[in-house]
Design a protein around this ligand. Structure first.
Ligand code: OKP
Ligand code: ZN
Length: 342
């Protein structure tokens, strides 16, 4: 297995988030990648490789041009307005308001975001671009015939929609990879999102398409972030009707109930029979996660990996969430080892 990584994620550091009504250091921090690299290296689970540059055209295949322009210039706009501290949005439009990109930076930050979870610092855009390159390099490997690959993306991506950042996510790495696989000749691609939080971005990007099946297992939006998407009755629209599947679960869900949802998702995936599978791998389903509320334990990730392997699909794992830094390496390594042995 190739583990695609880049030190460029380190530029996205020192950022904050708006949580519990306070500005606090972000739970999503660089140490996450260090701990994953350490565990994968110690257990000799794969070969570490750096990505090749793919540019922004493949990012614009799933994100609006104006949004990508905003991300590329956000820090510059922010500092030009006289601030030198980490940038956060604080204004959002509600339904009924105008859908016009404002000129002033504060308006742009709100226009292109849906929460206060996406802080921008000087190195953010470079880290985000590196993440897209990791995902696309993974798509290259799978297209070239590899059985599996792991794109160690950071920051995560699955909350990023066509033109909005949110929940630590700027570019939707899994969606970029899925579209990349389509563009390299796969007729059908599936995304399986096992992060604790619903992947609203991935769902939204592919919602009206039949060529990408999106399956999400996550905490019920009635109780958990992102709150406004992820219900079971969201099954796709237009040509995409029937090609989105949500499995919302209550807070406190343990492996027995979680794995039943995985079984149901696997049945959908098998029926769809895609040419390639992208797994949005969040390990914030872990019982010790500081911002989540499922009860999975470290050995459970071995079984998750093995079950996904049993699908028999060329599989690209893309890193999403997981904030219990002490356990994140073990949990990711267990998933990948379970797949390798499955
Ligand atoms: C990103 B990913 C809880 C605040 C929640 C947003 C969570 C983003 C998770 N106090 N903030 O899906 O792991
Ligand atoms: Zn998450």
């Amino acid at each position: 297995m190739k583990i695609i990584h880049s030190p460029r994620h380190l530029g996205h550091a020192g950022h904050v988030e708006l949580t519990h009504g306070r500005i606090v250091p972000a739970f999503e921090k660089p140490e996450r990648v260090a701990m994953i690299m350490k565990a994968l290296g110690e257990r000799r689970l794969g070969l570490f490789v750096e990505p090749t540059a793919h540019g922004l055209d493949p990012v614009r295949r799933v994100h609006d041009t104006a949004y990508v322009r905003f991300l590329a210039t956000a820090w510059e706009l922010w500092t030009a307005s006289g601030r030198d501290n980490p940038a956060l949005p604080s204004f959002w439009r509600a339904p009924g308001m105008r859908d016009i990109e404002p000129d002033y930076v504060d308006g742009k930050f709100g226009f292109f975001s849906f929460d206060g979870g996406c802080c921008i610092v000087p190195g953010t855009w470079d880290a985000v671009q590196a993440g897209a390159d990791l995902a696309l390099t993974g798509a290259d490997l799978i297209s070239a015939g590899e059985r599996m690959a792991f794109a160690l993306c950071r920051p995560p991506g699955h909350h990023a929609q066509q033109a909005t950042m949110g929940g630590y996510c700027f570019v939707n790495n899994a969606a970029v990879a899925a579209q990349g696989l389509r563009d390299r000749g796969a007729a059908r691609v599936a995304v399986l999102d096992v992060d604790y939080h619903h992947g609203n971005g991935t769902q939204s990007i592919f919602y009206d398409r039949a060529d990408v099946l999106v399956c999400n297992i996550h905490s019920d939006p009635r109780q958990a972030y992102p709150y406004f998407l992820g219900y079971a009755d969201e099954t796709g629209a237009g040509a995409g009707e029937g090609f989105n599947a949500n499995y919302p679960l209550p807070k406190g869900t343990d492996y027995a109930a979680w794995s039943a949802a995985l079984e149901a998702a696997c049945a959908r995936l098998e029926a769809y029979a895609p040419d390639a599978l992208v797994v949005s791998l969040g390990v914030d389903t872990f019982k010790g996660d500081p911002i989540s509320a499922f009860q999975l334990d470290s050995p459970d990730y071995l079984r998750i990996g093995a079950r996904i392997a049993r699908l028999g699909m060329p599989t690209l794992f893309v890193m999403e969430g997981g904030y219990a830094v002490d356990a994140i390496g073990t949990n990711v390594a267990n998933t990948l080892e379970g797949f390798l042995q499955g």
